[in-house]
Design a protein around this ligand. Structure first.
Ligand code: SF4
Length: 649
């Protein structure tokens, strides 16, 4: 095997790099891959030589490639060689955490390339903080009177250096969500990192798996794989981390590739989001009172704590549940805005007092800095919040109480300045990047002014490989009966896609009370860690997988997946984010709901056929198709070429 850092072709730096790369890529596609049993695909070769232009010109490129083009192999070849040439890793940002696992799994594209080309590829995962165990939360959980023994087991199995005073050399990263596949999402959420943990001041940070993972992935020489969310978190926290004397979350990259790039805007908005919770504010401010502070300072702190509590009650009383979403809609009354404004004023006053207090040197300067940063962040967020039109805000409720979430409306300006102004090759790939053959909608939403683009069709013969049905179903009982019949047809081997957790849970409930389903091993998202569920589904051929988050990216070629059941058309929920988009549009159904639904539907249908050999059935259960002829024709327009939508088999 060739060692890391060595280009996979003979090259000396006096030669034109891209000429040599071009020859080598040609050899790979025309000789090496076919000799290893991989088929030669014209679409893939075309894509490769288009992508090369993005690297030569250091440009932004939208590469729309239909299912089966083999786009991952294309971008991996360029990313790898360019990383080695530039001596900086390439960042590959995937839509979510389960997709980053798919890329590096055994038999996945990186593994395949590594074997075929005889290369030792250094690919490391930079996972989001939520994917790591938080030692503080684990301690809190174990300190509860009625805690579950499973948290003791986690504690006992932690590496010895977490408890002991061992030397630094023996530290390694641990505590990845994947190491606890048996935990349900609910159990994991009690001990996994969340945005209210302040790692910067945590006394366990030097022994925490989450911080240690960073040391590991930062050393990657070839590929650094993360989620869109994590990449965006890196972007937004870049300046503040440098200010605090910390390293940015990700190292400098030679190129950035956004796989499923049409989803980047959502990640950018999510990462820019501010979260505010009373108990966190109270704890932070109470720490100040433990110092020798002036009386008027203490009174002001108390006043802010009371106001924060009162504000959380007001938010609770002015929010209402939204079907299909955990985001509660906030009703913007004058009371809500007045209380937010009062809170902002108190924070501003306290910030002034902190400056005065810091000159007295009675409070630890470090502690003061943390409080200042937090107050500054809340102050900024509340100012956006009261200027209603600048933000999309909602409320979330958990065992810790009410969380106010504030998301700035426009992210394109920030993206333009902080990401796309860099002279780097940025590559967006997905089967669905354009709308009406134009990439402008996506480019505008991301603040991209200049770009190159191309589209390649899928090489599959969908007419031969896929059957597509939309049976007439009026009631859920009819969907259930159809589902049984469909599972019999393919002997399990089915993926059921739901549009919300509620829909999935309702189905789960019905399945558990219906003995006809007991003959199949049915897996439900949320019961175990998601990549664990995916590998069981892939390895145990006759299983059925029910999921909410696998409309995109899931790649299961072969026998395990022969049947995709779409429980209802994937219209967006009526949650505050989509409501805000609808309000900003004159024809919201046509410009927000329909494009979102069609894009997800195309993605969902795209899960079935992954190779020329795959065959199967896709079923869409949604009565709306027969109640609305316009909707039916819109759906028909986006179906794979040659596939007819039938009501019956
Ligand atoms: S560093 Fe962060 S994640 Fe780790 S234990 Fe501390 S608060 Fe939790």
């Amino acid at each position: 095997m060739k060692t890391n850092n060595q280009l996979p072709f003979a090259y000396d730096r006096s030669q034109p790099f891209f000429e040599r790369l071009n020859e080598w890529v040609g050899d790979v596609f025309y000789d090496i891959l076919p000799e290893a049993g991989l088929e030669l695909r014209d679409e893939q070769v075309y894509m490769a030589f288009q992508v090369e232009k993005a690297f030569i010109d250091k440009k932004i490129m939208f590469a729309e490639a239909g299912v089966g083009t083999g786009k991952t192999i294309v971008y991996l070849l360029y990313a790898l060689c360019y990383a080695r040439y530039m001596r900086k890793p390439a960042i590959i940002a995937c839509a979510d955490e389960s997709l980053i696992e798919q890329l590096v799994k055994k038999g996945g594209d990186i593994d395949k390339l590594s074997k075929i080309l005889g290369l030792n590829i250094d690919a490391r995962l930079a996972k989001s903080k939520e994917q790591y165990l938080c030692l503080q939360k684990l301690d809190q959980e174990r300190a509860k009177d009625d805690y579950d023994e499973l948290y003791d087991e986690i504690h006992v199995e932690l590496p010895s250096f977490v408890h002991a005073n061992e030397t630094l050399q023996s530290f390694h990263h641990y505590g990845d969500r994947k190491e606890y596949p048996h935990l349900t999402n609910e159990e994991w959420n009690k001990v996994g990192w969340d945005s209210f943990q302040d790692c910067f001041v945590c006394d366990k940070r030097h022994r925490c798996g989450q911080t240690l993972s960073r040391e590991h992935y930062r050393k990657s020489t070839d590929l650094l794989i993360c989620s869109h969310d994590f990449y965006m978190e890196h972007v937004w926290t870049y300046d503040s981390r440098i200010r605090e004397g910390q390293l940015p979350l990700l190292p400098e990259a030679s190129t950035v590739i956004f796989d499923e790039g049409h989803l980047l805007e959502v990640a950018a908005q999510k990462a820019l989001t501010y979260k505010m919770r009373h108990d966190v504010m109270e704890e932070l401010l109470t720490r100040l009172l433990e110092n020798d502070v002036r009386e008027e300072f203490a009174v002001l702190v108390d006043e802010l704590i009371s106001q924060s509590l009162h504000f959380s009650y007001v938010l609770r009383d002015h929010s209402k549940k939204v079907e299909g979403s955990n985001r509660k809609e906030l009703v913007f009354t004058s009371e809500v805005l007045e209380e937010a404004t009062r809170m902002t004023q108190l924070i501003a006053k306290l910030e002034d007092e902190i400056v005065f207090e810091s000159e007295m040197y009675t409070i630890d300067q470090y502690q003061l800095k943390i409080v200042e940063e937090h107050l500054d962040m809340i102050h900024h967020a509340l100012k956006i919040f009261v200027g209603v039109d600048n933000a999309i805000s909602w409320v979330e409720e958990s065992e810790f109480g009410i969380t106010l979430v504030i998301m700035p409306r426009l992210v394109e300006e920030v993206l333009k300045e902080k990401v796309f102004s860099k002279k780097l090759p940025f590559l967006f790939t997905s089967a669905t990047l354009s709308t009406n053959e134009s990439f402008d909608y996506l480019a505008n939403s991301l603040g991209i002014e200049e770009y190159a683009s191309f589209s390649v069709e899928s090489p599959f013969d969908y007419r031969e490989q896929m059957e597509l049905f939309a049976p007439v179903v009026h009631k859920i009982e009819e969907k259930i009966e159809h589902t049984k019949w469909l599972l019999e047809e393919t002997n399990g081997r089915a993926l059921l896609l739901f549009t919300s957790e509620e829909e999935l849970l309702q189905f789960k409930d019905l399945v558990h009370n219906d003995s006809d389903f007991s003959k199949w091993n049915i897996l439900f998202e949320g019961d175990q860690e998601i990549s664990q569920l995916i590998s069981i589904f892939q390895e145990q051929i006759e299983t059925v997988l029910c999921a909410v988050s696998l409309w995109e990216g899931l790649d299961i070629p072969g026998e395990s997946l022969a049947n995709v059941i779409i429980w209802s058309l994937p219209f967006p929920p009526n949650d505050p984010v989509f409501e805000a988009k609808r309000k900003a549009s004159d024809h919201s159904f046509d410009s927000v709901d329909i494009p979102h639904m069609l894009l997800r539907l195309r993605q969902g249908i795209g899960r079935l056929i992954r190779t020329h050999e795959d065959k199967g059935i896709v079923t869409i259960f949604d009565q709306q198709l027969y109640d609305n002829s316009d909707l039916l024709s819109r759906v028909k327009e986006v179906l794979p070429a040659g596939v007819e939508l039938k009501a019956k088999r």
